[in-house]
Write a protein that binds this ligand. Structure first.
Ligand SMILES: Nc1ncnc2c1ncn2[C@@H]1O[C@H](COP(=O)(O)OP(=O)(O)OP(=O)(O)O)[C@@H](O)[C@H]1O
Length: 362
């Protein structure tokens, strides 16, 4: 998951999209390897709506919103995009700006520490610009309140003075469009959610859609991916284009260093084995969660925080990165008393489910 505004701070990505990063929101430093991964990811982003694979419903609805706005010659309603990490929220935000012919400003909830930071961003916007706020659920409360007013009335109230003598000077803003992205739509307060005229929920991709993503990406990387290799990678990508593209790059590495350069089934299987991606596409964190649930907690129920401490991760990471796919695959269940392992989880780990396990799912 993007952790800070730096996720988008790629020189070629900035050039390609004309993104302007708000000066107050200087990206955090990242390692060289992270930078390279992100640059590689940026190069594979679809640039227009018709290049964006899958998510047919959201794409269709969004194209209506954008065409209508273009027809009226006015900025569209604010857009909220929700869904697990890596499914294309940032990509869609960039596409929205590109389709509108507007420039994109990028920031994120955690990067805005004070309402004043947001006021500075808002007051520097120009007519028609798109403001992308990643992880919008992590905005501080005062910034959130300032945003409601700005989104609804295109106004910020600049507070002058302190205490009883403080007064608000209204500053009107040009019309702009907020695109908010969140992995946890449920955490957004209703007044903020209600300011979005369109909400699109991105769901995991089918294997066939991921094959299309992979074939397109291989072409952009200047290589050819065999059909059976594409299916193999797609089926182990947890329904997520970011993971599919990452695995593709690892398969390409394997083919280059240990294979004959061909991106075929043999290279795909060998590389996925080296990187410990199992048949279901589960990675180290997923397996750690399953193992903790089944072995340490005898199948659960166990609370999210306890589970996260056991696997050495933040609760939010377990909840937003690992859990959605484990739940979707029927390996983990969420009950009011905590997380439980399903019989399929035990079997996936090569263990025998307890006989009374059925009780939990009856
Ligand atoms: N529909 C799609 N078609 C083709 N490629 C896609 C699609 N969606 C995402 N991708 C690829 O997956 C990568 C990750 O997408 P993106 O950064 O937009 O995800 P995200 O939902 O914003 O994730 P996060 O919440 O972690 O920031 C992109 O680099 C892009 O190459």
């Amino acid at each position: 998951m993007a952790d800070h505004v730096g996720e988008l701070d790629e020189p070629d990505e900035l050039d390609a999209y004309g993104i302007e990063l708000t000066p107050a929101l200087t990206p955090a430093r990242t390692s060289g390897a992270d930078e390279l991964e992100r640059a590689a990811e940026a190069a594979l982003r679809p640039r227009r709506l018709d290049e964006f694979v899958g998510q047919r419903v959201v794409r269709d609805q969004l194209s209506l919103v954008l065409d209508a706005a273009l027809g009226r010659g006015a900025p569209p309603d604010h857009v909220l995009l929700s869904g697990p990490p890596g499914l294309g929220k940032t990509t869609l935000a960039m596409i929205i700006a590109a389709e509108l012919g507007a420039s994109l400003r990028v920031t994120s909830g955690p990067a805005i520490q004070h309402a004043g930071d947001l006021a500075a961003v808002l007051s520097s916007l120009e007519e028609g610009e798109v403001l992308f706020i990643d992880e919008i659920h992590r905005l501080a409360r005062p910034a959130e309140e300032l945003l409601y007013v700005a989104m609804e009335d295109f106004r910020v109230d600049v507070i002058v003075g302190k205490g009883a003598g403080a007064s608000a000077i209204p500053l009107s803003l040009p019309r702009f469009t907020v695109v908010g992205a969140t992995t946890r739509a449920g955490l957004l307060p209703a007044p903020l959610r209600d300011r979005f005229g369109f909400t699109g929920h991105l769901d995991f991709y089918s294997a066939a859609e991921l094959e299309r993503v992979l074939t397109r990406s291989a072409g952009l990387l200047g290589t050819e991916l065999a059909g059976d290799a594409a299916s193999e990678i797609a089926s182990r990508s947890r329904g997520t284009p970011r993971i599919a593209n990452r695995l593709l790059r690892r398969v390409r590495d394997w083919a280059q260093v240990r294979g004959d350069g061909q991106l075929d089934l043999r290279a795909a299987r060998a590389a996925l084995q080296v990187y410990e991606v199992d048949d279901l596409g589960l990675d180290r964190l997923d397996r750690a969660v399953l193992t903790a649930l089944c072995v340490r907690f005898a199948g659960g129920p166990v609370g999210l925080t306890t589970l996260a401490v056991t696997v050495g991760e933040e609760p939010e990471t377990v909840e937003t990165v690992a859990e959605p796919y484990l739940v979707r695959e029927g390996l983990v269940g969420r009950t009011p008393r905590g997380r439980v392992a399903t019989p399929a989880a035990w079997r996936h780990l090569g263990l025998t489910p307890p006989v009374d396990g059925a009780v939990l799912f009856s």
